[in-house]
Design a protein around this ligand. Sequence first.
Ligand SMILES: [Zn+2]
Length: 103
Amino acid sequence: MKIKKDDKVIVLSGKNKGKKGKVLAVFAKEAKVIVERVNVVKRHQKPTRDFQGGIIEKPMPMYASKVMLICPKCGEPSRVKGKKVEGKGVRACASCGEVVDKV
Ligand SMILES: [Zn+2]
């Protein structure tokens, strides 16, 4: 997976095209991700003891191939390339070379 939890991504296609958000969860097996405030479904929630009721917004999983990492340095949607730092494989921005992962 080129996308990891807590990455900032932009949506490339579909009805959410152009939306940006933080990756909240990654499902490697399904190649899907959940992105904050993207692909949201609204649900009416009945009041419970802890919740007063109303509409809750829940982000649904979407295909990871539809999102692209936003480079924290150049701020552009970037292709990710593999890089080795101190013997560890990390992800780096293909345009500016910034290492995205913490080593
Ligand atoms: Zn970059």
